[in-house]
Write a protein that binds this ligand. Sequence first.
Ligand code: BV8
Length: 246
Amino acid sequence: MSEQAAVSIPQGLVEAVRGAKNVAVLTGAGISAESGLPTFRDPQTGLWEKFRPEDLATPEAFQRNPKLVWEWYAHRRELMGLAQPNPGHAALAAIERHAATFTLITQNIDGLHQRAGSRNVLELHGNIARTRCFEEDTLVESWSANGEVPPHCPRCGGLLRPDVVWFGESLPEETFEQALEAAIFCDLFFSIGTSGLVEPAASLTEVARRAGATIVVLNLEVEPLASPDLYQLNGPAGQTLPELVR
Ligand code: BV8
């Protein structure tokens, strides 16, 4: 395989990372792309190629066709269970060890940051490994499927659903409050592997910028936004982030 050219990191950024006391990071599906997990804007593959995620990740879709939505998540849960954290996840865990305060705010539901060793992780959109009762809106640790798809809540008999935030649903309030606080308090804010289309998560970068943080945007496609307090790293997170912690 051809040697990937090392991504060039501006020296000022290496110093900013080294000197940063309070770091906040917002990640999206792009940081898990090199773990083999499709991003939201990738065309769906296999059974799901005729659906758009936005059409399946809603309570209405689940009420309309609970079996289809449950099976889509079961498929993704299997993919995410098989995926391994990549060097981008590991680099963030390394930065966390050196910063005075470090908050990893993720839109992802795959749990790969925690498996890479990140400790202070705020899951804005939940986690696919957890399951909730659709009726009671409470976590359910175990259930017997009895061949039902979706399975039913052992307490009330309602349908079970993944513990994720669907479009049109509110984010966990306490978690989003903590994310806002981290964005306001930090002196260095990374936005990594996100198209910045989904609110309110996407607004955190602007919150940090307005509060005076140095902003680092890391993406495959970074549109040139010249600004003194903004760094743009154009490249795969799994190759770029490790260069920051060498
Ligand atoms: C809310 C969990 C208040 C599920 C997700 C109408 C009614 C209600 C709300 C709205 C409405 N209109 C708009 C809204 C707001 C809506 C929204 O933002 N919609 C968008 C589509 C416009 N938001 C909500 O509904 C939120 N709730 O607003 O509550 C409310 C409540 C009721 C009524 C009114 C208001 C809830 C949003 C949460 C949705 N759930 N996930 C699941 O995962 O199945 S969001 C979903 O999108 C994922 O979490 C995903 O992470 C997220 C964002 O996508 P990205 O992560 O950015 O992924 P994407 O593919 O887009 O981009 C990947 C990027 O990575 C690309 O830029 C690519 O270039 C880059 N990349 C690729 N490879 C690499 C890379 N970068 C680096 N390295 C690489 N190797």
